[in-house]
Structures are given as structure tokens and as C-alpha cells.
Design a protein around this ligand. Structure first.
Ligand SMILES: Nc1nc2c(ncn2[C@@H]2O[C@H](COP(=O)(O)OP(=O)(O)OP(=O)(O)O)[C@@H](O)[C@H]2O)c(=O)[nH]1
Ligand SMILES: [Mg+2]
Length: 448
């Protein structure tokens, strides 16, 4: 028999309210011990909570009893809405422990919900994401996933696989009714389509970018104004700005929110050939960060006439942004070739003035358009974390092998289709759940 767990579900510290949650077979007896009787299910009632040993009143609280299996965890659940004073919550928690209940581990309530079939694994992960959500897009994505967006996509794919598998197995077991080779070749086309769909979903990074931030690197020649632009975008002096070329060495990462999305901006060392050991390491890091970024802002000093801007050209990619900075100053001699280079790489040009009274309105708008275009378009992603993408890639890989076995070896084909379905089942936690449970639930906070 499982034990009964309890935890404060709200943040600790002085507050107007604190919610303590109980789940397990003794939740109702604990409530009766504290509150005197058992209120009607799923109705909010007022009860004085009294320590059953000392008879001391601990609080005047709102209590709710939610009997299983129609509760969050699927077990009997009690919620105590206390006054949020430290002495109140402490008194109630100590009393619950004295009644023999056990303090919950992080994520244990959600884990029980999963184990009792109230949620699948992606929905449990969505709860963690919802609690971690800082931006509107993160909230939207977590709610979509909690509403079953990922589960439905995965279930749909799995159903296709299971149907194909059933037909194949039937033909293998009763080859006189339908030749296994014929069934295998009929199944190939839909399975190939599914393989492409799975492969696309496994390389779709939108979900992870929404959760972790859309990565934008500021790169360019020394002194172009990268640090100044970063400071303007984040709204504070996060990076040191001087008139000396080679000021920034470390990568300075700063999150911002734009159009409801979380972006991770990185200011980097100015790109140039240098003998200086520290600066050279800075340039190496700048290139590495830019390489892995979702978008690069190539900052070009509109006023400089030294040709230094060329350094950025090897790091920037087709479709990135080129920011002509310092437009408050007279145009430098070398701006023409810079524009031509930008045209050649189909960079979107933006003008900016990072210092003084100048503005970066155009840059901010361009960034906003990019993040909305790259993360906001299309249907919600099926994968929102690496775990999902790996399993989708596994499934696609098994299908690839199934198709290679093809009509010549229907038994082998069936086996690989079965493995593909397995991978999808691991994604929602239908199989092999034990292995990932620790990983999934350890990131939760206590009381969830
Ligand atoms: N007039 C003018 N000056 C600017 C503008 N943007 C930056 N500056 C100045 O240019 C100099 C270099 O700016 P930084 O932001 O440090 O340039 P950086 O690209 O980070 O330089 P490194 O870190 O050395 O690579 C500073 O003196 C800034 O005040 C601008 O739009 N207009
Ligand atoms: Mg700098």
C-alpha cells in the first residue's frame, strides 16, 4: 500500500495564503483528525484546524477533500488553504508528520498522477514547464502540451504503426489469405510518409527554443558597437563599452523578452586576427557561440573606413541580419562594399544608433519579426525537449530499417515497425517509463 504524502504547494515564507496538499489513503483520516470531520467531496469548507494531541488551534482554514480516482493524483487528495504565516504552516506541517504522513519528494504528486494514469509523461513534463514559464510563449506551449498536443500527435503516429503492424502480422501468421510480401509492399508508402514526418518532428527545435530561449549572437569587428547594442536591447549596462577596440572578451549572455518570446542575446568579442592570448580565446568563443545560434546580428560600423567589417563575413549565414550601426555619424568610405557583401548573402539590413539619443527601433522590430516567424508559425511542435526529439529520431530510424527490409523480409519489417512504435510509447511513458521517471520528476519542485 502506498503511503500518504504531504507538502506545502506554495512558496515558503510569509504570505497571505499557503496551500498544503495531501495525497494517499490516509489523506481523509488526517483531515478528520485536524478538522473534526470529513467535508463533502469537492466542496470548499471552513474548518478550524486543531492539533489532535495538544488540542491547540492551528488555523481557521479552507479545506477541500477530493476523493480518488477523480483527483489530480488519482488518490484521495486534501488541500488545506491556510493563512500564510510561518507559525501556521509550520504548525500544520509538524502535525501532519506527527500523524504519520510523509513529506513528499520533488514532483511526487505529479509522479503519482502519472502512475495512476491521470497524465502521460509529456503532460507531466508540461506541468513542470508551466511552473517554469516566464514568457507568454512558454506558457502557451506548456498549456498546449498539458492539453495533450504532443500526446495526440504521438498517439496518431503510433496508431498508424500499430495498424501497419497488425496487417503485417496477420499476413505472416496466415500467409494463405494475403501474401506477407504484398501486405509489406502496400504498407511501405504510408510508412515512408510517416518516417519523413517523424524525422521532421525530431529536428524541429522550436519547442526547445521557446523553453530555453531563441539564441541571438551579436558579432562583428571590434568597436562596431556590439556591446552598446546589447545594452540598449536589455535596457541596462550589462556589458562594458569603451572606445578601445577589443573591449569585450567573454561571451556575455543576457535574456530578454520580445513579442512574448524569451530570447538569449550574446555579446561577443570583436572578430579580428590577434596575437593576444586572451583576446584570441574571446574570438574563438565568439565564433563558436555564433555558430550554434539561431540568428546572428552582424554589426557593421557605418562610420569606419578601415575595412574591419570584413571579419564578420565568414561567421554570418545567409538570411541573418546585418546591422549598420552608428548611423548618427557620417558614412564611412567602406560602407558600399559592406552593403554589397550583405546583399550577396541575402542579409536583412537594419540601421541602428546604439549611443546617445539614437534609436534601435528598427532592430527591435526586425528581431521581433524573426522570432515570431521562426518559433510562432505552424502547428505546435510535438517535441519540446531533447528527450522527445531523441525518441522521435529513434522511431524514424527504425522505420528506415523497416523500409529497407521491405517486402522481401516482412518479418524483419514487422520487427522494426514494432520498435518504432516502442520508441513512441516511451515518449508518452506507456512503456519503459521507470528508466526516465527519475530524470523527468527530479526537476520538479516539492508540492507538485
Ligand atoms: N556615435 C556613435 N557611437 C557609437 C555607437 N555605438 C557605439 N558607439 C561607440 O563606439 C565605441 C565602441 O562601442 P562598443 O559597444 O564597446 O563596441 P564593441 O563592438 O562592443 O567593441 P569590442 O567589444 O571592442 O569588440 C564606444 O565608444 C561607443 O560609445 C553609435 O551608434 N553611434
Ligand atoms: Mg564589446
Amino acid at each position: 500500500m502506498t503511503d500518504t504524502i504531504f507538502a506545502q504547494a506554495t512558496a515558503s515564507g510569509r504570505a497571505a495564503l499557503a496551500v498544503v496538499r495531501l495525497s494517499g489513503p490516509h489523506a481523509s483520516t488526517a483531515l478528520m483528525a485536524l478538522g473534526g470531520d470529513l467535508p463533502s467531496p469537492r466542496r470548499v469548507s471552513v474548518r478550524p484546524l486543531v492539533d489532535p494531541v495538544s488540542r491547540e488551534t492551528l488555523d481557521q482554514a479552507l479545506v477541500v477533500f477530493m476523493p480518488g480516482p477523480r483527483s489530480f493524483t488519482g488518490e484521495d487528495v486534501v488541500e488545506l488553504h491556510l493563512h500564510g504565516g510561518r507559525a501556521v504552516t509550520e504548525g500544520v506541517l509538524v502535525t501532519l508528520a506527527a500523524l504519520g504522513l510523509r513529506p513528499a519528494e520533488p514532483g511526487e504528486f505529479t509522479r503519482r498522477a502519472f502512475q495512476n494514469g491521470r497524465l502521460d509523461l509529456t503532460e507531466a513534463e508540461a506541468i513542470a514547464d508551466l511552473i517554469d514559464a516566464d514568457s507568454a510563449a512558454q506558457r502557451r506551449q506548456a498549456l498546449d502540451q498539458l492539453g495533450g498536443a504532443s500526446s495526440r500527435a504521438v498517439e496518431g503516429w503510433r496508431t498508424t504503426l500499430v495498424r501497419a503492424l497488425a496487417a503485417l502480422e496477420a499476413a505472416i501468421d496466415f500467409p494463405d489469405e494475403d501474401l506477407p510480401e504484398a501486405v509489406a509492399s502496400r504498407a511501405s508508402e504510408p510508412l515512408r510518409r510517416l518516417m519523413h514526418e517523424l524525422a521532421a518532428a525530431s529536428s524541429d527545435l522550436r519547442g526547445e527554443r521557446v523553453r530555453q530561449g531563441y539564441r541571438v549572437a551579436l558579432i562583428g569587428a571590434p568597436n562596431a558597437g556590439k556591446s552598446s547594442l546589447l545594452n540598449r536591447l536589455v535596457g541596462r549596462e550589462a556589458a562594458i563599452v569603451t572606445e578601445l577596440a577589443g573591449t569585450t572578451r567573454d561571451v556575455i549572455e543576457q535574456p530578454i523578452e520580445l513579442a512574448g518570446y524569451r530570447l538569449l542575446l550574446a555579446d561577443t568579442a570583436g572578430l579580428r586576427e590577434t596575437q593576444h592570448q586572451i583576446e584570441a580565446e574571446g574570438v574563438r568563443r565568439a565564433r563558436a557561440w555564433a555558430e550554434a545560434a539561431d540568428l546572428r546580428l552582424w554589426v557593421v560600423d557605418f562610420a569606419a573606413n578601415d575595412g574591419a567589417w570584413r571579419e564578420g563575413a565568414s561567421t554570418v549565414r545567409q538570411g541573418d541580419l546585418v546591422v549598420f550601426n552608428k548611423i548618427d555619424l557620417p558614412e564611412g568610405l567602406d560602407a558600399r562594399p559592406a552593403r554589397d557583401a550583405a546583399d550577396l548573402m541575402e542579409l536583412e539590413p537594419v540601421q541602428a544608433c546604439a549611443s546617445g539619443e539614437g534609436d534601435i527601433v528598427e532592430l527591435r522590430a526586425a528581431l521581433e519579426r524573426r522570432v515570431v516567424r521562426d518559433l510562432g508559425a505552424g502547428s505546435p511542435p510535438a517535441a519540446t525537449r531533447l528527450r522527445h526529439r531523441r525518441l522521435l529520431a529513434d522511431a524514424a530510424g527504425h522505420l528506415d530499417r523497416a523500409l529497407a527490409a521491405g517486402a522481401k523480409e516482412p518479418e524483419l519489417m514487422a520487427e522494426d515497425v514494432r520498435l518504432a512504435a516502442r520508441a513512441l510509447e516511451a515518449l508518452t511513458g506507456r512503456v519503459d517509463a521507470e528508466a526516465v521517471l527519475g530524470e523527468v520528476f527530479s526537476t520538479f519542485c516539492i508540492g507538485k
